[in-house]
Design a protein around this ligand. Structure first.
Ligand code: 8YV
Length: 315
């Protein structure tokens, strides 16, 4: 039997690419110079799309692949896939939940600590000789004892809260309803009130049209000049223009960000700021987790073409 044709939207490491190439005809969209011409040529034969969380699918891809049966996302976030359009056309969508939760939480906590204790700036102070030339590094605000607001207490938010309570921080959270697995944490459902309460606002919300710019100018104003924001979710959850203005005017203290609206090409205003920690969307980027994510993409594809139940269905 011939191998199913799969449209591969982005790069995968060789430990994923080799088994994918062995089981499927992988058509590498990201390597094509003329993407539209490539889609017109291979589209009618495509049965599956394998994509990455931040890349998702475009309308052009869905339209060019009339025989598409399944979209497999290498990532937990599927906001870049039009799931409703897929459901209407009877196309399955899968993602890679759970396997990445703790790595994403680890990076969020690391970013919070690194930014608030100025780890990058202090390292630079040592490296460039400032320590010897200028003396002691400027003092920073204490972390422990402060208040954290977790915006979205899902799997990742929960792991962030659990870790931060170990740093003697007070935890509050917003979500659509109070969670029974968070008995000691304060439930403040309104994002503006959560920001007003918090010294650190950690954004861990799954992104959708409904959560777009949920961190608005009003939320940033409520966070205030002593407040910091950490985003390990999606850029669309924050009004980036309002965030840049708040950082430039120091109406919030600082930000630590793993995601950006036009990533990987950031708004250059970010690069001018010394009160922001910038990370290249790599919260799930460990060998162990990325291998498990790749395996889930593959196992969902294999299950689909074997007529077996999908492992991690979205729709
Ligand atoms: C990945 C992610 O960086 O899981 C997600 O939603 O954003 C990340 O794990 C990305 O999907 C890998 O391409």
């Amino acid at each position: 039997m011939s191998k199913p044709n799969v449209l591969q939207v982005g790069f995968y490491p060789k430990w994923d690419q080799e088994p994918l190439d062995a089981a499927f005809n992988m058509h590498k969209y990201f390597e094509a110079d003329d993407k539209s011409a490539f889609l017109s040529t291979v589209g009618p034969d495509i049965k599956a799309i394998a994509t990455r969380g931040e890349l998702g699918t475009t309308q052009e891809m869905l339209d060019a692949c009339p025989n598409l049966e399944i979209v497999c996302v290498y990532g937990v976030g599927f906001d870049a896939v039009d799931v409703d359009a897929c459901s209407t056309r009877g196309i399955h969508v899968t993602n890679t939940p759970d396997v990445l939760t703790k790595d994403v939480a680890d990076l969020g906590v690391t970013m919070l600590l690194a930014q608030s204790r100025s780890i990058i700036g202090a390292s630079q102070w040592v490296r460039d000789g400032s320590w010897a030339a200028k003396g002691l590094y400027p003092l920073q605000s204490r972390v422990w004892g402060k208040k954290v607001g977790i915006l979205g207490l899902g799997r990742i938010g929960y792991e962030v809260a659990k870790r931060l309570s170990g740093f003697d921080l007070d935890i509050a959270y917003a979500d659509i309803e109070a969670k029974e697995y968070a008995p000691d944490w304060i439930f403040i459902p309104d994002p503006v009130s959560l920001a007003a309460h918090a010294d650190f606002l950690v954004v861990t919300l799954a992104a959708s049209e409904k959560t777009r710019h949920i961190v608005s100018k009003e939320v940033l104003d409520a966070l205030g000049p002593e407040g910091s924001i950490i985003n390990i979710s999606r850029a669309s959850n924050i009004d980036e223009e309002a965030l840049l203005t708040a950082l430039e005017n120091q109406t919030i203290r600082s930000a630590a960000l793993d995601v950006f609206e036009s990533e990987p090409n950031l708004n250059p205003r970010f690069l001018e700021l010394d009160n922001v920690l910038l990370q290249p969307h790599h919260a799930s980027g460990t060998f162990e987790t990325r291998k498990e994510m790749g395996k889930l993409v593959r196992d969902n594809l294999l299950a689909h073409f074997a007529g077996a139940p999908l492992l991690t269905k979205v729709n």
